[in-house]
Design a protein around this ligand. Structure first.
Ligand code: ATP
Length: 254
């Protein structure tokens, strides 16, 4: 399917009891593009991200990767679909080195949803060397190789976020899912995150769920706006910025 988008949702509906968190959501991440997902508090962004990662299974609708259905997707299936994600909570292993944290991301042998299971698995010397080299290259590309031997708990938040990104990128994904990567960053750090996302775009497709409008407007090719679980607007940053439904949704959130 040469023209299939890297990622697509069609009619995705998620209910939690009586709450419809996502209501027949359609979206597409074209290859080599950055799609932003924005919306006021409670709009359904986290739920959408969780569907994309396989944490939440929709009641209705389909999720496709390169045109192929991702039926029964679970988080540990992501590498086999050449997908990777970063989470708001980062999920770093605090007591092992930055290098080992990133090596885990390069390891394709995950058999459960728990990356921590990989820390306990024996590796051959050759595998260990290969993973180490890839992890070091990625840390270097992200400008954090100096921290390789430190443990994440001792590092500033912005560096920890970069470690989480390195762990996602080290597996050379074709589709990167980012959940609020800018939260907690200074303006300067956000600027450099924007540069990084734009650099990623050269090599992969990206879905960015984010609150910070400046970042979204700068790096996204297109944007989907959610409100009460529905897509209320979809277009380029300029189109979305001017959309009356979007302005109303955000003003209603004040
Ligand atoms: P925020 O910007 O505040 O993080 P959001 O856009 O990420 O919000 P979601 O967290 O996806 O929105 O929530 C969408 C709706 O679904 C909300 O009404 C929320 O209360 C509800 N919801 C989300 N997760 C659950 C759950 N596990 N059980 C019950 N309701 C939930």
């Amino acid at each position: 399917m040469p023209h299939a988008p890297a990622f697509a949702m069609n009619g995705v509906t998620v209910r939690f009891g009586g709450i419809t968190a996502l209501d027949a959501v359609d979206l597409e991440v074209p290859r080599g593009r950055v799609l932003g997902v924005i919306g006021p508090n409670g709009a359904g962004k986290t739920t959408l991200f969780n569907v994309a990662c396989g944490f939440v299974t929709p009641a209705e609708g389909s999720v496709r990767r390169d045109g192929q259905p991702l039926t029964g997707l679970k988080p540990h299936h992501l590498p086999r679909h050449r997908m990777a994600r970063t989470l708001q909570g980062l999920g770093l292993f605090e007591r092992v080195s930055v290098l080992e944290n990133v090596m885990v991301g390069a390891d394709r042998t995950a058999t459960s949803g728990f990356l921590s299971s990989l820390l306990a698995l024996p590796r051959s010397a050759a595998d260990e060397r290969r993973l180490r080299e890839r992890a070091l290259t990625t840390l270097d590309e992200l400008g954090i190789a100096d921290y390789a031997d430190r443990v994440p708990g001792s590092l500033p938040y912005a560096i920890r976020k970069r470690v989480a990104l390195a762990r996602a990128l080290v597996g050379e994904p074709e589709l990167l899912l980012l959940d609020e990567p800018a939260s907690g960053l200074s303006d300067e750090e956000m600027e450099s995150l924007g540069d990084l996302i734009l650099a990623c775009r050269e090599r992969m497709s990206v879905m960015l769920v984010e609150h910070h409008m400046d970042l979204v407007m700068r790096v996204c090719d297109s944007i989907v706006v959610l409100d009460f679980g529905r897509v209320i607007a979809h277009g380029t940053p300029d189109e979305v910025r001017e959309d009356p439904a979007v302005l109303a949704a955000y003003l209603g959130d004040e």
